[in-house]
Ligand binder design. Structure first.
Ligand SMILES: [Zn+2]
Length: 167
C-alpha cells in the first residue's frame, strides 16, 4: 500500500513519509469508529465541522474508557479522572480532532521524526487549522476548554454535557 507520488510530495513537507500510509489508514479507520461513538447531535456537528474545515482536521477520539482516561491523565492530555470527562460516557459527549497530513503540512513528530506530528502546534499551516477549528466550533455552539491554563486544541464538547449523560 502506498500513496501516489504526487500526493506524497504535497502531503508532508519535511516529514519522512515511511510510515505515512499506516498513519492515513489508521486515521480513516478511527474517523469512522469515533463518529459512531458520539452523541448524535455532536456527531452531526463534528461532521459539519470537518466539512467546513475542508478536512484539515479529522475525528481521533470519542469515547475514552477507564484505562485510556488514566493514561490521558498521566500524560497531561487531560485533567480528569474517569467519570469526570465528557469522553467517559456512552454516547460520548466530547470529540478530539487531529490534523490530517493529507490536507495540512505538519512537522515531524518531536519524539519520533519518522512519524508526522498530528498535534503540531508550531507549523503555520497547522496553527491556521487549529485557529479555524476554534472559530468554527464556537460558531456551532460547541464548547472549548483549557487544560492547565492552555487551550485544549483538539477538544470540542457539548455545552451542558452533564445534563446529557445517559446512565
Ligand atoms: Zn478531549
Amino acid at each position: 500500500m502506498h500513496l501516489p507520488r504526487s500526493s506524497r510530495s504535497a502531503a508532508l513537507r519535511g516529514v519522512p513519509v515511511r510510515h505515512l500510509p499506516l498513519v492515513l489508514a489508521d486515521l480513516d479507520r478511527r474517523r469512522e469508529r469515533v463518529l459512531g461513538e458520539l452523541h448524535p447531535t455532536l456527531e452531526a456537528k463534528v461532521r459539519d465541522l470537518v466539512d467546513e474545515l475542508g478536512g484539515r482536521l479529522t475525528p481521533y477520539c470519542g469515547y475514552r474508557g477507564p484505562g485510556e482516561q488514566a493514561a490521558a491523565l498521566a500524560a497531561g492530555a487531560s485533567a480528569a479522572r474517569f467519570g469526570e470527562s465528557p469522553h467517559n460516557f456512552t454516547p460520548a459527549l466530547a470529540c478530539d480532532l487531529v490534523l490530517d497530513p493529507r490536507k495540512v503540512n505538519v512537522r515531524p513528530n518531536p519524539v519520533d521524526v519518522e512519524w508526522p506530528d498530528l498535534w503540531d502546534d508550531e507549523t503555520s499551516s497547522a496553527l491556521a487549522a487549529w485557529e479555524a477549528l476554534e472559530r468554527a466550533s464556537l460558531a456551532m455552539g460547541l464548547e472549548r476548554v483549557n487544560v492547565g491554563g492552555r487551550r485544549d486544541k483538539p477538544h470540542v464538547q457539548m455545552p451542558s454535557w452533564r445534563s446529557l449523560i445517559v446512565s
